[in-house]
Design a protein around this ligand. Structure first.
Ligand code: ZN
Ligand code: ZN
Length: 187
């Protein structure tokens, strides 16, 4: 059980694990919503998610059909509606260590020009190949964890870990073409 709260405490939420898919998103919308060079989210099963203070939660449609949720009193980012059985949590609001660790940088093609990634995590121009396109639309569906880890391991071998290199190898471009344009219910 992990507890989270917004800055003012009006909105709180609890989540059971297991946590998965922790990543740093460098897309321009996450950067603006958080005011930071990237946003870190972690997913958890929606069945173990409970929240209070939802009357304080506002939302804004940052792209068609995609809403970002926030506390209307303090402005903190808060989780959105569950999607595909998962709820995507802003990791910075957690009071305890969820145990999960970041597995990738995503949407690196949109990163802030003044921010240099210096760690060795796999980097993806957009979505990692651990997401596949849903049958009904463009929303990505995370693969199951074992498959995701295998793909991630393969990707980390394929993608350069050199922070000075620019993502954009043939392999990365092919993955970007397969990748989808929208995030899973990241609020
Ligand atoms: Zn608040
Ligand atoms: Zn993002």
């Amino acid at each position: 059980m992990t507890h989270s709260r917004c800055l003012c405490g009006a909105v709180t939420w609890k989540t059971d694990g297991p946590f998965q898919f922790m990543s740093h998103c460098h897309c321009s919308r996450c950067r603006k919503a958080h005011g930071t060079p990237f946003a870190t989210y972690v997913a958890a099963p929606a069945g173990g998610f409970r929240s209070s203070g939802r009357e304080r939660v506002g939302r804004w449609e940052s792209s068609p059909g995609f809403f970002r949720y926030f506390c209307t009193r303090c402005g903190s980012v808060v989780p959105g509606d569950p999607w595909q059985g998962l709820v995507f949590l802003p990791a910075g609001c957690m009071e305890e260590d969820p145990g999960e660790r970041p597995g990738a940088h995503i949407f690196v093609a949109s990163r802030a020009p003044w921010f240099e990634i210096r760690d060795a995590l796999p980097r993806f121009e957009a979505y990692p190949p651990t997401c596949r396109r849903s049958r009904t639309g463009h929303r990505p569906i995370p693969l199951d964890r074992r498959r995701a880890e295998a793909v991630s391991a393969a990707a980390s071998r394929t993608w350069s870990r050199d922070s000075r290199s620019v993502p954009g190898t043939v392999t990365a471009r092919a993955a970007a073409r397969r990748a989808v344009r929208r995030t899973p219910r990241i609020s």
